[in-house]
Design a protein around this ligand. Structure first.
Ligand code: SF4
Length: 184
């Protein structure tokens, strides 16, 4: 976005990428967005016992425009899905998403018409966190995995190449409808 796309390729870009990734991972701010019981564990993670401040992210932003991490904590109802997408769209690029708990990741035990069967139908997910509910330690582990991703985020021409590669992979992937799972 913006000046990033005007960066030259080569050695200089690698250095800029390295520095930008390092500073970004140390200042990741989550959007305040809790949907169900998982949100209680998310709030606990921000409290003094688990202290997200150690990772530079104790500030949960009330405005999506100041946030770059969305933690989808809990089941997503069909009614909530467009609002979730709107919050995501209002977050500036680059942004990351953690799907917290089985409900957010796959609908969990709520296999019915009222609940979205996986938030990846609505927004792209970077890390899926299993559990019902996941413990704060598990959320911190997922956040650290996002930090690794942030640290290695490509910029400029490298990002365009990575996006092209991801698109090719998506186009050649097996459609979900053809996958065999426990429910089919
Ligand atoms: S995964 Fe469990 S704790 Fe989390 S929202 Fe679903 S039912 Fe609640």
């Amino acid at each position: 976005m913006g000046i990033e796309e005007k960066l030259p390729s080569g050695f200089l870009l690698s250095t800029v990428e390295d520095m930008a990734g390092y500073f970004r991972k140390g200042s990741l701010w989550p959007a305040t967005f809790g949907l169900a019981c998982c949100a209680i564990e998310m709030m606990t993670t921000g409290g003094p016992r688990y202290d997200l401040g150690r990772f530079g992210m104790e500030v949960f932003r009330a405005s999506p425009r100041q946030a770059d991490l969305m933690i989808v904590a809990g089941r997503v109802s069909q009614k909530m899905a467009p609002i979730l997408r709107q919050v995501y769209d209002q977050m500036p690029n680059p942004k990351w998403v953690i799907s917290m708990g089985v409900c957010a990741s796959s609908g969990g035990m709520f296999n019915n018409y009222a609940i979205v069967q996986g938030v990846d139908h609505v927004v792209p997910v970077d890390v899926y966190l299993p559990g019902c509910p996941p413990r704060p330690e598990m959320l911190i582990d997922a956040i650290l995995k996002v930090h690794d991703k942030v640290r290695n985020t490509p910029l400029g021409p490298n990002r365009i190449a990575a996006e092209d590669e991801a698109e090719q992979l998506a186009l050649t992937a097996t459609p979900t409808i053809e996958m065999k799972g426990l429910l089919r």
